[in-house]
Design a protein around this ligand. Structure first.
Ligand SMILES: *Cc1c(COP(=O)(O)O)cnc(C)c1O
Length: 386
């Protein structure tokens, strides 16, 4: 059947169209020869996306208060793509002592191999970051709070130092999401999200985004996407667009549940320390209250010292929390980071094993009951001394 002979019917849907393409076709020889002039917004080859990608990028840019956005195949790809195009051999790049592990590995193992000098600054730094700046410092990589240990840097103070020295800044904003913090509005050049977390929201999608209001940076990012081959499937963009429909609802609900779980844990006699800036007792609380508009779903804590067996009993007793990396989805997750991870840090803020929790959409009272019975298993191993 030749469908083009059917009379055209009106069609309108509430959901975005999914445009899949490797090849994008051109109307004329001239169009094809000049195809590069369609970048950075237009379409010349599937690697830089289709209208589905642009629809998602526009939505993310609006959320971030940015003019432009490029989506990437993962949060990690977004981190790499926000550094690599902008640094050269001989440059110096500063990374936080508690930055995301993938960025840390990229900086220390790859950038150094390419003769880019890598410096580390304390994860709770403010204006004193100036003492780490060198004449060849090209970029400061920020993350707030620090991955796993949750230290709060003073972002506006760091950005002020960067601007004074003409240093570019990028920030991994995944923890807060643009609902709670908008890096671009605080003068950060590139705002990175692991869309895998809150935007996707259902633990079934890997994606990242880089947003900026600087058109030259945007052009370089789009070019980097083509050069490195950071293609993102239109089907994945569709899933992220659908995730964004419920993003604020999920974020608000998960944030409220998280505060409830956190306050319960804080009062538990087996809990030695909560690592969560929205708590009044946290050393980063004043900065969080000044700059952030939400508390999110991800926190860490330290238990009173217990044996390996006690930890194993706690984790294995949990029924509602799945053990796993990643976070931000509808199902609650719990993960373990041994004390040895902190030993490799230059400015460690704890020397203890850390437990990290992502609160999903389950009833918080059920989550608390699950933690309660899990901690009872932990306690039983403490009392027997095994
Ligand atoms: C998960 C995460 C990333 C990496 O995202 P992926 O999509 O899993 O590659 C980067 N930064 C932070 C803070 C994250 O939590």
């Amino acid at each position: 059947m030749n469908t083009s002979s059917l009379p055209l019917q009106p069609f309108k849907s509430l959901s975005p169209g999914v445009f899949r393409a490797s090849t994008i076709v051109f109307d004329s020889y001239e169009d094809f020869v000049g195809r590069k002039s369609r970048q950075p917004d237009g379409f010349s080859y599937g690697v830089t996306g289709t209208p589905t990608n642009r629809e998602l990028e526009a939505k993310i840019a609006a959320l971030e208060g940015a003019r432009h956005c490029v989506v990437t195949p993962s949060g990690q790809a977004a981190l790499v793509a926000s550094v690599l195009p902008f640094v050269s051999a001989g440059d110096h790049v500063l990374v936080s002592d508690a930055c995301y592990g993938g960025l840390k590995a990229f900086a220390h193992q790859w950038l150094t191999r390419l003769s880019v000098e890598v410096g580390v600054y304390p994860a709770n730094a403010g204006a004193e970051i100036e003492s780490y700046v060198k004449p060849n410092t090209r970029m400061i990589c920020l993350e707030s709070p620090g991955t796993i240990t949750m230290e709060m840097p003073d972002v506006p103070a760091i950005v002020a130092v960067a601007k004074r020295h003409g240093i570019m800044t990028m920030m991994d904003n995944t923890w807060a999401s643009p609902l709670a913090f908008k890096p671009i509005e605080h003068g950060v050049d590139l705002s990175i999200e692991a869309a895998t977390k809150f935007f996707g929201g259902h633990s079934d999608l890997l994606m990242g985004s880089i947003s900026t209001s600087n058109t030259s940076f945007y052009e370089q990012l789009r070019e980097a996407q083509a050069t490195i081959g950071l293609a993102v499937s239109a089907d994945d963009c569709f899933l992220a667009l659908r995730g964004l429909e419920t993003f604020k609802l999920r974020f608000d609900m998960q944030s409220a549940s998280t505060m409830k779980v956190v306050r319960w844990l804080q009062a538990h006699p087996l809990v030695a320390e909560m690592l969560f800036a929205p708590l009044e007792t946290d050393p980063g609380h004043a900065i969080w209250r000044r700059d952030f508009k939400g508390s999110g779903c991800l926190f860490s804590f330290v238990l009173n010292t217990g044996s390996e067996q006690a930890l194993s009993a706690f984790f294995n007793a949990l029924k509602l929390f799945s053990i796993g990396a990643s976070w931000g989805g509808t199902h609650s997750l719990i993960a373990f980071y041994p004390a040895s991870l902190q030993k490799g840090r230059k400015f460690a803020t704890t020397d203890q094993p850390v437990i990290r929790v992502s609160v999903g959409l389950e009833d918080p009272d059920h989550l608390i009951a699950d933690l309660d019975q899990g901690l009872a298993h932990y306690a039983s191993h403490l009392s027997t001394g095994r």
